[in-house]
Each structure stands twice: as structure tokens, then as C-alpha cells.
Design a protein around this ligand. Sequence first.
Ligand SMILES: Nc1ncnc2c1ncn2[C@@H]1O[C@H](COP(=O)(O)OP(=O)(O)OP(=O)(O)O)[C@@H](O)[C@H]1O
Length: 439
Amino acid sequence: MLQFESVAKTYPDGTKAVTDLDLVIPSDGITVLVGPSGCGKTTILRMINRMIEPTAGRILWDDKPIKSMRKTTLRRQMGYVIQNGGLFPHRTVLENIGTVPSLLGWDDNKTLLRSRELLEQVGLEPKLGNRFPAQLSGGQQQRVGVARALAADPDLLLMDEPFSAIDPVVRADLQALVKRLQRELNKTIVMITHDMDEAITMGHRIAVLRPGGILAQYGPPEAILDDPADDFVSKFVGKDRGYRSLGFAEVPRPELAGVRTVRNAEQAHTASSDRDQPVLVVSAEGEPEGWADPDRPGRVLVLGETFTHPGAPLRDMVEAALTSPVGRAVAVNSTGRYVGTLSAADVMDQVRTYRMTVADQQLSRRIAAEQEPDPEPVERSGAPAVAPGEERTPEEPAPDVEPGSDPEATPETERAEERTPAEPAPDAEAALRKPTAEQ
Ligand SMILES: Nc1ncnc2c1ncn2[C@@H]1O[C@H](COP(=O)(O)OP(=O)(O)OP(=O)(O)O)[C@@H](O)[C@H]1O
């Protein structure tokens, strides 16, 4: 668990990048930092691996102040991924992936095996291992960036806008990859994006930041969509939040209605049939194919989207109803076979019931909050702003208390780290130099 306690960062020129941040990031799942450009997201992320030091407050990792940990030790447990992968251009893909294991002193064979394993894990063909980054697509480069960050099996993955330069289709693949890896490898991921859709897709929790690095709201995506804390969050989330939040809304097994089905559109409308009743054309396997056209016998109208029954979120039902040419959402089972339909009116009834439940819960929460007694005033632990190189809070020991102090922890380096943009690979190298001293 990562804990920010009254953390602030004011750069030497007076820019307040982060203001009085209290945030708890649990060890499970993906936490997304989202907010407009310049709201302090990168500063927050880089304070986690101590590329930037706070000017006040403290950050704890599993209850231990990170200031008391050597930077090298800390960063070994944290993979870092940036936009465009940040790969070394003159190293092959496998060499890039093996950067950190090599720095840690692994033997060449073990490093190579690990790099190959990761190449496969991120969905890249073995033959790509000997290419150079420039010979890969942007999406492939980013996969290598993820593989490299995972190479030494860190507990925490920090990702700074990892997919922002990637086209939407490849981006969706990469998002799915990171979600899968998070589940399979059980890593803690802290990720930055400025794209609310990405935050909703990826995040188990979302921290919305406003300029000045002020936390505007923190919670699961559905809470942010359904109950934005204020106008800023509401505007940032965007207009269609009502629709998007339905993606998280599970409804109890809705009661489906059957429609007449035929195998062949020719059979759909006979002289005696009711042309107002929609007829569904299904394949021999029972998969829905489209709606029989009542006006042009034998023709099939598009089906529209379908939803899976049971288990689909309400958004899928709304989508199915909205795309249906006959105003009926078609339900299929997990193998894609037709199981029934919902009329658009039925779907809207489900939406209404869901919205009433959410509104009830919000009201109950507000009433409960109003009734809570005011908390006792707590003395802030934040130290006053200090110059770089003196960045130490009074209650913490010197930053590098372990034997053999960290040669990188000089004031000059810390100043340089704050000046330069994120260059994780060289930084990782710098941070990991002299690995044997700590093993
Ligand atoms: N080394 C620095 N010195 C002075 N100001 C800085 C420094 N680094 C960042 N800032 C300022 O701090 C603020 C927060 O910057 P930061 O990069 O953390 O924001 P961000 O939310 O990640 O932005 P973006 O989404 O554009 O990447 C900005 O106003 C930025 O100009």
C-alpha cells in the first residue's frame, strides 16, 4: 500500500505542482491519476520512486517512509513505463528487456531466458527479439517498454501516459494486455492518463486532480461517473457520463421476452402473419443473424448489437436497444445463441430502476456524512518547504541510512532529476548501478 500524507511539491521557481495530497493507493489493482495537463500527475508519480522529492509531507510504502529507503533499493521494486517506451535505440529488443536484470548482475543466460519469457508474455513473436526499437511499430515498442519494466519482477509498476501516442485500436489491445498482466502477475499499478475514457477502462480506482495537484475526487470509476464531487470533476468526466456509468451497472437477471424466430427470411411474413411483430432470423446453430424485413419479403435487416444474458452490464442492453432497427435488444448466451429479447421500453425501465437505486444510495451517504461528528483537528506532519538537497522531514531518518550510502543521493543529482524529463531507462541504470553492494 502506498500512502501520501499531506504531500506537497513546490518547485524552486515557486510552481506549486502538488498541494497537500492525502491519498491511499492499495496494493491491489490499477490506480489511475487523471487530470488536465500540468495538474501534477507526473510529479506525483515521480515522487513515488523518488526521482522527485516532496517539499512537505511524506510517502509511505507498506507503512515505511520511502525517504528512509535507499533509492536504488526502492527503484528495483518499481518498474517504470513512459510514453513511446523510452527504449534504448541502439540495443536490441531482448537487450532492452534485459536492461535491469543485467544491471542487477544476473548471468547472461538467465537474463536472456527471462527476456524471452517476457517477450512472449507481452504478446510479441520471438523473432522480434533481435530487432532494434526503430524496426518496431509504436504499439510493439510500448509492449517492449512494459516487458522491460516487468523484467526484475517489481511489486509496483509506474506508468506515465503509456499509451497516449498509440492509435485507438492498438491502444485498446495494450490496455487489455496491461489489465491481463495485472491480474495474472498481481502487480500494483499506478498509471497516469489525461484521458477519462482510458481511466475508466483501466482503473479500479481513479484519482481526479485539478491544477495545483489538488485532489478533486478519488474513488472507483462508477462513483466518479455517478456522483462527481463538483463541477470540475463533472466537466472533466464529460457529457456522456450517464451512459458510460451504465457500463458498471449490473442488473438482476432481467426477464426476457421471446420473439418469433425463423431460419430463413422467406418464411418470416406470410399473408396471415402480423407484420407489426418483429421476426428474428437465426442460423442453424441458433445464432441471431438479423431481423426479417416486413416490407421486403426475404430481406434481412441488420441485427444491431447483442448483449450477453445473464451478466451483461446495463450499458450493453442500452447499446443493443439503440442499435436495433426494431427497438428490441437481442440477448445471447455465452456461446452466442439467441435466448430472448428486451424491448427498448423494458431497457429504459431497468435504467430508471438502477438510477433510483444509485440516487437512494447517494442520498443515504450524504445523510450519513452530515450526521458524522466533525473530526478532531489533527496536527499536520508536513515539514516546511526546504531546498533541494535538504529534503528531509524532521521525523524521518537521513534518506540513505543503509550501509554504503547511495552515491546517487547527492543534492546535484536530485536537482538534475527534477530538471530533466522522465528518462526511465538511463535513470534505472543510474539507480541500479553497483547492484552487488545491496544484494
Ligand atoms: N522541474 C520543474 N520546475 C518547475 N516547474 C515544474 C517542473 N516540473 C514540472 N513543473 C511544473 O509543475 C506543474 C506540474 O507538472 P507535471 O508535469 O507534474 O504535470 P502533469 O499533470 O504530469 O502534466 P502533463 O499532463 O502535461 O504531463 C506544471 O505547472 C509544470 O510546469
